[in-house]
Design a protein around this ligand. Structure first.
Ligand code: G3H
Length: 481
């Protein structure tokens, strides 16, 4: 099944429908134990330009293919992905150190996502509008609204969901008739190549998806000079998002960037339930999720009780090997662990009280709670992307809203409490894309709108919204005589 794409652990690039060797390679090691997992192509400028040209050359045939046939290919690819879920989850676990159960769930979630994208794709294509719905306007005009492909979609996925956050970009783009230039994160590329193989086996014609693999800092400038990219769909850091936006100028973009999701805990909250949600939300996959809960804003009168519950639950978090399904696993790199540790040290230096369940071992950081956090600490506003949770006490709801909004980010927030009127009033005032009532922040279910405001993103994802974003409206007006 995957023999085509590698020779002795040396992976190939997928260029114009062929698996080809590269001149240079990047070695990929597991963040779990430094095991050598394979070499991935470090594509040359020539390769990258060929990939872009292949997308351009094959666009017309793909967009002109009957919609039904595109659906069949995607559905058959979903079947291939499902058949190979265990092998893919196994590599995914090794490559990004995500616990095996969650890796498998990610692959299955992606199968489900492709199937639902196909189903929704069938629903959204076309409507007829009548001109005389506007009182002052004519009855003689009829508008036929359809959706058409944009061209080549540059899909850039992050390390933390190499399958799901690739599928969420690739599948809507393909079903709407676009070709895809696919740049996975370097750490995550092996899993992504397996995904591409399942699309190929599902019957995707040659040149409809082309990989660009290698160091983003080298490949990025080559792609960004191209005038052949029709749309960018990116998940990653805010700084790279900003630089993509500056380079590509006026083309449609969907971006999922950083976050600093707050959990606001009100005095009447069910504290046991809030603590459960907060600990799961903050620490699953060691906090390496854009939607992880990254700060708690708790009313002073319940903070002692809540902190105690959170600490009890954190002390039970399993730490270690992702193949043992531990919740806390080694972070993606030593640099990532150093960054988190620096934030913790800064907070402790400025008066935070640190609670942790163990000592750091290379890139394995034990879960850490920081109490007594104040707004002068970096951790109050920076996104750690690791297993640390700052707790900030607030005197009033107004203060919680102000701190929530005093952030460059605006992805999601959670409110825990019982008085629904009060909660709705707060929800309306929070500057973010989604407010979760009595639940942790999270992206799914994948048909819900998913968006960030301010530095957390551009555009809206979620099945229907992603299909709309991956296509443009063509409106044809019929003037009746
Ligand atoms: O890391 C960003 C992901 O979109 C978060 O998805 O909430 O399902 O973990 P999740």
């Amino acid at each position: 099944m995957f023999q085509e794409i590698r020779e002795n652990n040396t992976y190939k690039m997928f260029l114009d429908g062929n698996w080809l060797k590269s001149e240079n390679y990047i070695k990929i090691y597991s963040p779990i134990d430094n095991e050598f997992l394979g070499s991935i192509p470090a594509m040359s400028e020539k390769n990258v330009l060929e990939a872009i040209d292949s997308c351009e050359k094959n666009f017309k045939n793909w967009k002109d293919m009957p919609f039904f046939d595109r659906c069949k290919i995607l559905l058959s690819s979903a079947d291939k992905l499902f058949e190979n879920r265990e092998e893919i989850a196994n590599i995914l676990t090794k490559e990004i150190s995500k616990d095996y159960k969650s890796s498998l769930a990610e692959v299955v979630r992606s199968v489900d996502l492709i199937r639902e994208i196909v189903a929704e794709g069938k629903r959204i294509n076309g409507e007829v509008l009548f001109g005389d719905r506007m009182s002052s306007q004519t009855k003689n005009k009829l508008c036929i609204v359809s959706r058409e492909a944009i061209g080549t979609v540059l899909a850039i996925s992050p390390f933390n969901y190499p399958i799901n956050l690739s599928v969420s970009k690739i599948a809507p783009a393909l079903i709407m008739g676009n070709t895809v230039l696919f740049k996975p994160a370097t750490q995550g590329s092996i899993s992504a190549l397996l995904l591409i193989r399942t699309l190929e086996l599902g019957g995707l014609p040659k040149g409809i998806i082309n990989t660009v693999i290698g160091k983003g800092s080298i490949i990025g400038p080559i792609i960004s000079k191209s005038s052949k990219i029709g749309m960018v769909n990116f998940t990653g850091s805010t700084s790279i998002g900003e630089s993509l936006s500056n380079s590509f100028g006026m083309i449609p973009m969907t971006m999922e960037l950083g976050g600093k999701d707050a959990a606001i805990v009100l005095s009447d909250a069910d504290l046991e339930d809030a603590a459960d949600n907060i600990v799961q939300g903050a620490f699953s996959y060691s906090g390496q999720r854009c939607t992880a809960i990254k700060r708690v804003l708790v009313m002073k009168d319940v903070s002692e009780k809540l902190n105690k519950l959170i600490k009890e639950k954190v002390s039970k978090l399993t730490v270690g090997n992702p193949f043992d399904n531990c919740i806390i696993t080694p972070l993606i790199s030593d640099d990532a662990a150093n960054f988190v540790e620096k934030l913790i040290d800064d907070a402790v230096l400025k008066g935070a009280i640190r609670y942790t369940t163990g000592k750091r071992n290379k890139n394995l950081l034990y879960p850490t709670i920081l109490e007594n956090v104040s707004l002068d600490m970096d951790i109050a506003f920076e996104e750690p992307f690791g297993p640390v949770l700052p707790i900030i006490e607030v005197d009033s709801i107004q203060e919680a809203i102000e701190i929530n909004n005093k952030s460059i980010y605006g992805l999601q927030s959670s409110i825990f409490g019982k008085n629904i009127d009060k909660i709705f009033n707060i929800a309306e005032k929070l500057e973010c894309g989604t407010v979760n009532i009595n639940g942790k922040s999270e992206r799914g279910p994948d048909n819900f709108p998913f968006l960030g405001i301010k530095s957390s993103g551009m555009g809206v994802q979620g099945i229907r919204y992603s299909l709309e974003a991956s296509s443009r409206i063509k409106s044809i007006v019929l003037n009746k005589k």
